[in-house]
Design a protein. Structure first.
Length: 122
């Protein structure tokens, strides 16, 4: 989570037929629900992840006056980010949802989603 990672769970119903495994699965979902609320983690269904990446693929970074912005469907959920070298380490600075000064050199771009308040039990 610290490095903007992704956790994906695929659980087939055949693997949770026994009551003990169902209880374990429910515990996992409860834990993920608490994690989402406490750590500002986004929970999405696979179809929502697919929709996001399809939208992201069509977005563009454009200059708007003296600033940079992201244009396209879903851009209100996207952010510009800059890669910088600090003490021999690459670090990312993720912009807030406002226009970015155009005089900044875009070294790299990263899009991320706004935190959504969702239940892991959806």
């Amino acid at each position: 989570m610290r490095n903007h990672g992704l956790i994906s769970f695929i659980i087939h119903p055949d693997y949770i037929r026994e009551r003990s495994r169902q209880d374990l699965y429910e515990s996992l979902l409860e834990y993920l629900t608490r994690l989402c609320a406490r750590q500002n983690v986004v929970h999405m269904l696979p179809r929502e992840v697919s929709q996001w990446w399809r939208q992201r693929d069509k977005m563009q970074i454009v200059r708007k006056g003296s600033r940079w912005t992201i244009k396209g469907e879903g851009s209100e959920r996207a952010r510009l980010a800059y890669a910088m070298l600090r003490r021999r380490h690459v670090v990312f600075e993720i912009e807030q949802p406002t226009l970015v000064p155009a005089e900044r050199n875009i070294v790299a771009t990263v899009y991320t989603l706004d935190p959504l308040k969702r239940s892991a039990l959806e």
